[in-house]
Design a protein around this ligand. Structure first.
Ligand code: G3P
Length: 226
């Protein structure tokens, strides 16, 4: 499963990239609004940090398909070929997806709450469909089970993968990872939680203590023979 960062904060992105195996960055209008800066300024900065080959996902705002298509052209012109144009999975969005996929654009169908939205987006040429796992849970439905059903439905599609989004805890991600979901986009604090574990910290501390008992304080394999 690919792992992406769902954030637009440059310092967060740099920190998470420095530690973890990351495939790209996703944003949405609400995430960009948190920066209080011009969207293109922020997105270009993110592109510079992650490089030309990483995935950058950014969303169109227009309501009509024709306008979404124009936005998509401009976004990819400015942000580079590995930019996935996020398009809301509504009827006008599906119309735009069909057009843009024929033109060879990379598309992430977003705002997905139901398996049938995922099905329609896949048939309209989306490369990714992005179900909102935690938001589905908040409706009293089951985000994990809905996403698994989408995966089963998409098994017949050649091109479309799931990019699961809206996570609040590590277990949600683990369940989808084990099910073979293609990608997950996760906020920095939840990515940290994938590996945060007091038992692991204690085990590593014990190893250091035992080694220092053997070789002396501050010694490592670099200088324990000195
Ligand atoms: O882009 C979709 C995703 O970022 C939504 O996450 O945490 O706002 O539910 P959240």
């Amino acid at each position: 499963m690919k792992l992406l960062i769902d954030d637009a904060d440059i310092e967060n992105i740099k920190r998470i990239y420095s530690y973890y195996p990351i495939d790209g960055v996703t944003t949405n209008p609400s995430i960009l609004a948190q920066s209080g800066r011009n969207p293109y300024e922020v997105l270009k900065e993110i592109r510079a940090v992650i490089g030309d080959n990483a995935e950058l996902h950014a969303q169109v705002i227009s309501e009509k398909a024709e306008d979404m298509i124009e936005e998509a052209h401009k976004m990819v012109d400015i942000l580079g070929k590995n930019t996935y144009v996020k398009i809301p999975t509504v009827p006008e969005g599906l119309k735009a997806m069909k057009h843009l996929s024929k033109e060879g654009y990379k598309i992430t169908a977003t705002a997905i709450y139901t398996p049938m939205q995922a099905y329609l987006a896949a048939r309209s040429g989306a490369d990714y469909v992005a179900p909102y796992v935690n938001r589905i849970d908040n409706l009293g439905a089951n985000g994990i089970e809905s996403t698994k059903m989408m995966q089963d439905i998409l098994d017949g599609e050649q091109k479309t993968q799931i990019l699961a989004a809206s996570f609040k805890n590590a277990n949600q991600i683990q369940e989808l990872c084990a099910y073979g979901i293609g990608a997950a986009t996760v906020a920095p604090d939840v990515i940290d939680n994938l590996i945060k574990n007091a038992c692991v910290t204690a085990a590593v501390k014990d190893f250091t203590r035992d080694f220092e008992t053997l070789c002396g304080k501050g010694k490592t394999m670099l200088d324990c023979d000195a």
